[in-house]
Every structure is written in C-alpha cells, then in structure tokens.
Design a binder for this molecule. Structure first.
Ligand code: NAD
Length: 316
C-alpha cells in the first residue's frame, strides 16, 4: 500500500506519516513548508518514506501507484490563516482540486482534512455532522472556514460525478508534540507561557468552550475512517468540553506555574462553543478517544519544555 500525505511536514501530517509507516505503508510526504517544519520529519529515516517539496496548488505529478491520498495541506492556526489569507483559500480550493485530480488518475481513496470550523459560531450544541453551520463568509476567519467548506463541496462532487472514493474528516481542536510554540493556538500558547513564566492569555472572559483531542487518538480515528467505506463527513474529536478559563487552571495545575491569568479582547467571530457529537464515529468506526486530557497535556508539556531548552541552547 502507498499513501500520499499532503501537508505531511506539519503537526498532524507528520504524526500521520509515522502512523502509516508503522502500518507497513510506503509514504510520500508532500509539503511546501509554508507553516510546517522539516524538523517534524527529519528523524524519519525509513526506506519507505519520501519527502517532496511541492506547493499542491500547482499540478501534482507523482510516479507509480497510489492507494490513498490524505489531503492535510493548509495553514491551520488563526494566526497563520489571518497572515496567509490567499494561500489558505488557494490550498483549500486549488490544492484540493489538484489532489482530487491525482486521486481520480490513480484510482486512490481520497481523505480530506476538514474542520469543526465549517460549523462556524454554532447555533446547535454539540455539533452533529448534519448541522450546516453558521459561518460569516466575509469575516477575517472566512478565508479558512469557507476554503474548507468549498473543499468539502468539491470532494463530494468528485465522489458523485467521477466516482472517486472519498472520506471527509471534520477535525476538532487537536493538540500534541510538534505544535509550533508561536502558532497562536490555545494549547501551545498557554504551555509556552507557563514554561516561560509569562502571564497566561485568555481572550474574552474565558467562558467560551473548547474540546481538546490528543493527537494519537485523532490519528487512530482518521485511519479507521480512511479504511472504512463512509463518504459522508465524520466528526473526530474529544467531546470533553471545558471553558478556556477552566483550561487555563488545568495548565496551571499540570505545569505548576505561578503565572497569573490576563484577559485580552475576543477576536472577531470567535466561536462561543465547540464540542463534537461523536456518535457517528462511535457507531460507524468503533472509535472514541482514549487518552485522558491530563496525560496528553503532560506529554505535550514535556515535549515543549525540551523544545524551548533546545532552542535557547542553540541561540546562545
Ligand atoms: P500545520 O500548519 O502544522 O500543517 C499544515 C501543513 O500544510 C504545513 O506543513 C504546511 O507547510 C503545509 N502546506 C500549507 N500550504 C501548502 C501548500 N500549498 N502546498 C503544500 N503544503 C502546504 O497544521 P496542522 O494543525 O497539522 O493541520 C493540518 C490539517 O488539519 C489542516 O488541513 C487543518 O486545516 C486540519 N485541521 C487541524 C486541526 C488541529 O487542531 N490541528 C483542526 C481542524 C483541522
């Protein structure tokens, strides 16, 4: 079996590459390193692993047979997609089109990394796959949300019109080692602040909720979906919901930091709640998360502390 992972040098993509290699697959990792880092895959010395530096918004040529395409290329953190709005729209639209074209040519199963952001600021809680969402198309976050909504639409069009085998995973907030220290997402930001002894930043009053999934659980769910026969979207995430304020308290307890909590203005269109309904994943894939949040946070904390130490040693 041979798989292509676009965005394979990113946080999730690099974990997926390792997982698929461990399953005995040959893995081609394609990435233009826009928001990813070669250090995420530099340790993979495996004869079945190949890295190709390529922007997937351009025509994708790949020699040989291909069984699976996992399309993960896209800026994913709010800081990234607000700084890279056109690239975000292009990779969600043109990049998905190119990746689907390759899936059609190679007769490969295509899996799209979609997102809970397709639900926008949801009016239904928790979010089920049949909810169509509440997205502001012209707000600053629209570049990401609408790119992913388009990506889902073109994926279904290739499935219905060209008969391509497709899967759509709606990923909810996931965390773990290899997240960038400054990518602006809640988990790496608060862990970094705790490690550096800086105040923990909360946007708004902290009553907005999020549900965080550890990366190994997510990767397992994605693999089960990939190897299933379900073409409709499936939520993968951890339904354990908490307010950002509660989350900050948890970070304080786990890291033992004495950092205080500071409050800053809420960004435009920030979702007020976020929690996956995972009944579909449970029934169709027999999947549910197994890693307790505290355990995942400890692992990520240890990794980040090492990373910060390494960076400060190489700077001095
Ligand atoms: P990431 O930024 O670490 O990884 C994205 C990768 O895509 C990077 O390596 C980047 O260089 C690459 N990329 C971007 N544009 C590209 C292009 N035009 N051509 C080739 N490569 C390109 O982010 P991540 O958190 O690993 O997210 C991966 C995917 O999962 C994204 O599609 C994201 O939308 C989706 N997702 C992630 C989460 C999460 O919580 N991490 C939640 C929902 C959805």
């Amino acid at each position: 079996m041979r798989a292509l992972v676009t965005g394979g040098a990113g946080f999730l993509g690099s974990h997926l590459c390792e997982y698929l290699l461990a399953k005995g697959m040959k893995v081609v990792c394609m990435d233009n390193l826009l928001t990813g880092d070669i250090s995420n895959i530099a340790h993979i010395h495996h004869e079945n692993f190949l890295f190709i530096n390529h922007d997937v918004t351009n025509y994708i040529y790949l020699d040989g047979e291909l069984d699976f395409i996992l399309h993960f290329a896209s800026p994913a953190s709010p800081i990234d997609y607000l700084e890279l709005p056109i690239q975000t729209l292009k990779v969600g639209s043109l990049g998905t089109h190119k990746a689907l074209g390759l899936a059609k040519e190679k007769n490969a199963v295509f899996l799209l990394a979609s997102t809970s952001e397709v639900y926008g600021d949801p009016l239904i809680h928790p979010q089920k796959e049949d909810y169509w969402g509440n997205v502001n198309p012209i707000g600053p976050r629209g570049v990401y949300d609408e790119a992913k909504r388009f990506a889902e639409a073109i994926t279904m069009a290739y499935h219905r019109f060209h008969g391509v085998e497709t899967r759509i995973v709606r990923i909810f907030n996931t965390f773990g080692p290899r997240m960038r220290l400054h990518d602006g997402r809640v988990v790496p930001t608060m862990l970094r602040q705790a490690i550096m002894g800086e105040p923990l930043t909360i946007f708004g009053d902290g009553s907005q909720t999020r549900s965080f999934c550890y990366v190994s659980d997510l990767v397992e769910g994605i693999y089960r979906l990939l190897t299933s026969n379900h073409s409709d979207p499936v939520n993968i995430g951890n339904p354990r919901e908490m307010s950002i304020l509660q989350f900050a308290e948890k970070i304080k307890a786990i890291t033992g930091t004495s950092s205080e909590i500071v409050f800053e203005p809420l960004p435009v269109d920030d979702p007020k709640v976020r929690q996956p309904d995972i009944s579909k994943a449970k029934t169709l894939l027999g999947w549910e998360p197994v890693v307790p949040m505290e355990e995942g946070l400890k692992k990520t904390f240890e990794w980040m502390a090492q990373r910060i130490k390494h960076l400060s040693q190489s700077a001095s």
